[in-house]
Design a protein around this ligand. Structure first.
Ligand code: GLU
Length: 484
């Protein structure tokens, strides 16, 4: 039987990293086994027809490079792939359960349910639906309907049954049906079927072989297994992925910083680094290699090796990985990704040619952690009429020789025959030092300040070679006018 897995997000307008990791593990599993990766939009619980929220899902998956074989946009043999378009299908299976006498209408109001719960808790019992409406007569139902009550549909949970499944990650799991909270709702009073029911119908009809999802769903699985049985379907294999925790070991949330895929994208994490990082949240390849391309992840990924203990989201590690990827990324692709950040920071890039810009990216990228750092480190190459830092001004004013260094260097540069290279630059600096009798910091710092307005930064020979003589002259004059 060939592998078929699905990623089944609700369109909430937000793709949490936990969901992104679930999608990735499903994708890796499918690709590793040469199977199919299905995208299904679960929109019976949320406001329907929310196109924007569905786009957020597409955008996140595409950015991560997780292409799906079947889904709402690409179709497939078991569509439609949006639950809101499958309501007729669900109705058919609800009718089946009705015919078998496995469901019943429940008219209890929220107040009644709350009271039931409160009394159970007071008696020290676990809260559960008591089955109060299980045996209503037709007359009683009529009377309740006449009161204007709208019933929900509950599934009759068999008494005292042991539900067992072998989770590929968590191992053997067993639960008594008495612990499931009583007969559970499968259709709401507004007629909308509920997640636990539709997920079973869909996974069965879509011939899903493995359900790989977050551990937060583990308590739903026994209920779903009972529904598989009731509907006469064979249950799939289950694999529940460990939770993702923040560094303080509480569930990862906004308190810990960014949690949505879009935020990571916007900060300037490379999709390859992000994917690589997520893959190691709960899984680790046997050989211990950490930097892995998508192809390597697909080749090495083994669901049975996924750790059952929670995974900690370590931003320091993500940052380290992103740096590794930035340093090794093809320069043209990296430049394409950086340009929007520079434009957003207000740089007019029309005055620079592409080849030159790529060279600047080449010499600065080792300083970036995320792409949004690029403007900070590239500014020194892009802006000639910079301000001189107050500390730098002070340093120059402390010793008259320091100003002379800048002035003499300017004079020598004006008289330089030919282009300014890193070699000719070094030669000129040496001459200035000799003539004024200064060396070391007293020589290099004023030159740095003259060229950049700052006291630290990139290597000057690299900088001047990329700037060329005209721009260096402009900069020296700019600094002098601002220091004096
Ligand atoms: N729509 C559910 C969610 O987003 C899917 C759970 C499942 O994979 O069964 O959590």
């Amino acid at each position: 039987m060939s592998v078929r897995v699905r990623f089944a997000p609700s369109p909430t307008g937000f793709m949490h990293v936990g969901n992104a990791r679930t999608a990735l593990f499903n994708y890796l599993f499918a690709r590793h086994h040469g199977g199919k990766f299905v995208l299904r939009i679960e929109d019976t619980d949320v406001e329907r027809h929310n196109e924007e929220a569905v786009k957020v899902i597409y955008e996140a998956l595409r950015w991560m490079g997780l292409n799906w074989d079947e889904g709402p946009d690409v179709g497939g043999p078991y569509g439609p792939y949006r639950q809101s378009e499958r309501l007729d299908i669900y109705r058919e299976f609800i009718d089946k359960l009705k015919e078998k006498g496995l469901v019943y209408e429940c008219f209890c109001t929220q107040e009644e349910l709350d009271r039931m719960r409160k009394e159970q808790l007071e008696r020290g019992e676990p809260p559960r639906y008591t089955g109060k409406c299980r045996n209503l007569t037709e007359e009683e139902k009529e009377r309740l309907r006449a009161e204007g009550r709208k019933p929900v549909l509950r599934f009759k949970v068999p008494e005292d049954r042991v539900v067992k499944f072998n989770d590929l990650i968590k191992g053997e799991i067993e639960i008594n049906s008495r612990q499931l909270g009583g007969d559970f709702v499968i259709v709401r009073s507004n007629g909308m079927p509920v997640y636990n029911f539709v997920v079973v119908v869909d996974d069965a009809l879509m011939k899903i072989t493995h359900v790989i999802r977050g551990e937060d769903h583990i308590s739903n699985t026994p209920k779903q297994i009972l529904l598989y049985e009731a509907l006469g379907f064979e249950p799939p294999q289950f694999a529940h992925l460990p939770m993702i925790l923040g560094p303080d070991r509480s569930k990862l949330s906004k308190r810990h910083g960014s949690t949505s895929v879009r935020e990571f994208k916007e900060k300037g994490y490379l999709p390859e680094a992000f994917v690589n990082f997520l893959a190691l949240l709960g899984w680790y390849p046997k050989d211990g290699k950490e930097i892995l391309s998508m192809d390597e992840l697909i080749e090495k990924f083994d669901i049975k090796e996924v750790n059952s203990a929670p995974a900690v989201f370590d931003t320091t590690k993500l940052n380290w990985m992103n740096q590794v990827y930035i340093r090794n990324y093809p320069i043209d692709k990296l430049t394409d990704l950086i340009i929007p950040y520079l434009e957003k920071a207000g740089f007019d890039l029309s005055q620079f040619d592409r080849e030159w810009l790529e060279k600047v990216v080449e010499v600065t990228r080792e300083y970036f952690t995320v792409l949004s750092d690029a403007p900070t480190y590239m500014e020194v190459f892009l802006k000639d009429d910079f301000e001189v830092e107050p500390q730098a001004k002070e340093l120059i004013s402390e010793d008259p020789n320091r100003l002379k260094v800048i002035e003499l260097f300017l004079e020598k540069l004006e008289n330089l025959e030919g282009e300014l290279s890193s070699d000719s630059f070094k030669r000129l600096v040496k001459e200035v030092g000799k003539e004024l009798g200064v060396k070391g910091k007293n020589l290099f710092m004023p030159i740095r300040i003259g060229l950049t307005g700052r006291m630290s930064g990139v290597e000057l020979p690299v900088l001047v070679e990329l700037l060329g003589k005209e721009r260096v002259l402009r900069r020296l004059k700019n600094s002098l006018s601002k220091i004096k």
